[in-house]
Design a protein around this ligand. Structure first.
Ligand SMILES: [Zn+2]
Length: 410
């Protein structure tokens, strides 16, 4: 019997409001640089001094904390870069611009499918708490096509759930990227209930790979990205789970625990990346894993390896590009959104990412990082959940068809 597997690892990271998830951003500012200077910005990122807010090119918007503002100013002055402070206090700015009523965000009460914790289907008009996601996944487990299992525990002891949809892979890793789990849950729901989708393929989805970080974005800091590792000898928490994988480890990633891209003490130092690695190795050992897709936001990009330009080109670059274009063209037909297909190496060097490891170590033919809507912010209006899910679903459907055409003609 011939069967194929598509491992789409949709990694989503997110958290927000009711208990004031902006409070840790008090005093943070957004600085807008008047000139592009990729080398200087990259150095500031690696040194752990700024959080770059542009995701599709050299960043000219930087989030600066009160602790680092003095140093950042010195570096910019020395490099001759002028800037304006466009947001004086990010906590106040986000509170003032939060259009979603607190109660809705907290309990997700608006959807017909969800009351309090009781969610029989993923919300399409609001973001879900981690508890709501777990409730939904528990319900889903009773579906005959589905098995839901824990592939490991986060550093604070939460389960990392993997959904296996029979004959028919997905992952979410950065906490603040709320749209990622929202979309991957829609994908799970649709593949499960639509037998024509993913036909003949085994699909594995990890909708929430960083549950601690996600919960933290709901409770303390809407813009939290990393996991919740308590770093010894540092006042800063967290490791960037997308810089912790063992391929070109360390290149372009921050050695500073206060950095948003802190790589950790060693490759796979974190329980979350260990769990994902082991699950992917396990899936790969039972068949041919054809595709891995790590789902992030934002930027509307479909990136293929490698993040370190020195390692490029990756094997099968042309194939990855071709399938990527099929995805992007299909996405565009749904709501007209443009997703740009390009090598992650066309940005500043960044290694230790999921897709690099899947390509370089697992030897997966098609390996991607998908950056969802939009082009400017992690704080995406809930109105965009449904259309984003719809376009990605259509794109994936066409990708599945391209990967296993014979399954559709039998
Ligand atoms: Zn991300």
């Amino acid at each position: 019997m011939c069967w194929q597997q598509v491992g789409v690892f949709l990694l989503a990271v997110v958290t927000s409001v009711a208990s004031d998830n902006y409070r840790e951003l008090t005093g943070n500012q957004v600085w807008k640089l008047n000139q592009e200077d990729e080398a200087t910005v990259q150095q500031l990122v690696v040194d752990g001094l700024v959080d770059p807010l542009d995701h599709s090119g050299p960043s000219t918007s930087l989030r600066v904390t009160p602790e680092t503002a003095g140093l950042v100013k010195e570096v910019l002055d020395q490099a001759g870069i002028t800037y304006q402070v466009i947001v004086q206090d990010l906590a106040r700015y986000l509170r003032d611009n939060d259009v979603t009523p607190l109660v809705q965000v907290r309990f997700g009460l608006t959807a017909q499918t969800c009351t309090s914790l009781n969610c029989s289907a993923p919300l399409t008009d609001n973001y879900m708490t981690f508890e709501q996601m777990e409730y939904y996944l528990a319900q889903l487990n009773s579906h005959p096509r589905v098995s839901v299992s824990s592939i490991g525990k986060s550093i604070e002891g939460r389960d990392i759930w993997m959904v296996h949809i029979n004959r028919s892979g997905c992952e979410g890793i950065h906490a603040r990227e709320w749209i990622s789990p929202a979309v991957t849950l829609q994908i799970i729901h649709n593949i499960t209930h639509d037998c024509s989708m993913g036909r003949g393929l085994e699909v594995y989805v990890v909708p929430m790979a960083n549950p601690d970080g996600y919960v933290h974005t709901w409770t303390n800091n809407r813009l939290w990205r990393k996991n919740r590792r308590n770093n010894p000898d540092s006042s800063c928490d967290g490791v960037d789970l997308n810089r912790n994988w063992d391929f070109d480890y360390g290149v372009g990633a921050s050695p500073n625990p206060c950095g948003e891209t802190y790589r950790g003490t060693s490759a796979f130092s974190e329980p979350e990346t260990q769990a994902l690695r082991d699950a992917m190795l396990q899936v790969n050992s039972t068949g041919t894993l054809q595709m891995v897709m790590a789902v992030h936001s934002y930027g509307q990009l479909l990136l293929f390896p490698y993040g370190n330009p020195a390692s490029n080109p990756a094997p099968q670059t042309e194939e990855m590009k071709q399938l990527g274009i099929i995805f992007a063209n299909t996405v565009k037909t749904v709501h007209g959104k443009n997703y740009v297909v390009k090598s992650s190496g066309s940005f500043s060097p960044a290694s230790g990412a999921t897709d690099d490891w899947a390509k370089g170590v697992l030897k997966t033919t098609y390996s991607y990082t998908l950056e969802l809507r939009d082009k400017s912010s992690f704080v995406l209006d809930p109105d965009e959940i449904l259309p984003t899910g719809q376009e990605v679903l259509e794109g994936l459907n066409m990708v599945f068809l391209a990967l296993a055409p014979e399954k559709y003609t039998q």
